[in-house]
Design a protein around this ligand. Structure first.
Ligand SMILES: C[S@@+](CC[C@H](N)C(=O)[O-])C[C@H]1O[C@@H](n2cnc3c(N)ncnc32)[C@H](O)[C@@H]1O
Length: 248
């Protein structure tokens, strides 16, 4: 029995049997244990200018405010979710250097990983080294499960992939590829039906100044679903992150 669900016959008699909620994920993300996990995972990966900046930023916040620091980014949410949910499958649109993917892999080393990216050169002014580089990063964190990368525009590759995997659902899905309003909404609409019950959908950059509508895009996508889902948004510091747990 998956530990995310209560024993349906007895404990699920009145309540929805899903045991994990966004508040639990967030509470865990703020613990010293989870912050240390993120720090250690970062230290195992090959750095670039952005990861060095984020590492310094996090160090300052943790030093000044300790466990009271409420900052969150995509990696905190991936780290907390993957440690608590123990995903069997992780699908990410927009992988780049694999920072989030490697974080999930470090928490769940046997998890099957699916990455979709077109590895746009000089993405956001930084090099984008491609899938072989990401595979090396995954080995650095001890990943031992299957890995599959699909190269190309997610609006083409993802519908094709899902058509080939008609009934498959995924434990964690990260949407962090096309940041245009229409493109991000399309990716969210494509993946939402494929989120497993008890699984988490994570969406980055909801308060990024260069993408001012992404929070609204997120809310629209979540409002459209025809199943029970509980959503959370963090947008105070950094570029913000949103996530949701499917509960029905
Ligand atoms: C912000 S980065 C991803 C960062 C990564 N999720 C992480 O947490 O480290 C965005 C990535 O999305 C890719 N991308 C942008 N538009 C895309 C599209 N339409 N289809 C596939 N990949 C796309 C870029 O090549 C880039 O590597």
């Amino acid at each position: 029995m998956n530990s995310l669900f209560s024993r349906h016959e007895e404990l699920g008699k009145w309540y929805n049997p899903v045991l994990v909620d966004p508040e639990t994920i967030i509470a865990f993300a703020h613990t010293r244990e989870c912050r240390r996990f993120v720090r250690k995972t970062f230290a195992r990966l090959a750095p670039d200018a952005y990861s060095r900046y984020i590492t310094d930023f996090r160090h300052e916040g943790e030093k000044k405010f300790g466990e009271h620091w409420r900052y969150l980014d995509i990696v905190d949410v991936v780290a907390a979710t993957a440690q608590l949910i123990q995903p069997t499958s992780y699908l990410e649109i927009g992988v780049r250097r694999g920072r989030s993917m490697a974080t999930a892999a470090a928490a769940a080393p046997k998890c099957a990983l699916y990455g979709f990216d077109m590895w746009m050169a000089d993405y956001a002014g930084m090099e984008n080294p491609g899938p072989d580089f990401v595979k090396t990063e995954l080995r650095r964190v001890g990943h031992r499960g299957p890995v599959s990368f699909v190269d190309g525009n997610s609006h083409v590759t993802l519908p094709k992939f899902f058509a080939e995997k008609a009934n498959e659902k995924f434990s964690i899905i990260v949407v962090d590829g096309d940041h245009s309003d229409e493109g991000a909404l399309q990716d969210l609409r494509d993946v939402l039906p494929r989120l497993a019950v008890g699984g988490a959908l994570i969406f980055d950059d909801i308060s990024h100044p260069a993408h001012p509508n992404l929070r609204q895009v997120w809310r629209q996508a979540i409002a459209e679903v025809d199943f029970a889902i509980r959503a959370f948004e963090y947008g105070s510091l950094g570029y913000g992150v949103a996530f949701a747990i499917r509960v029905g």
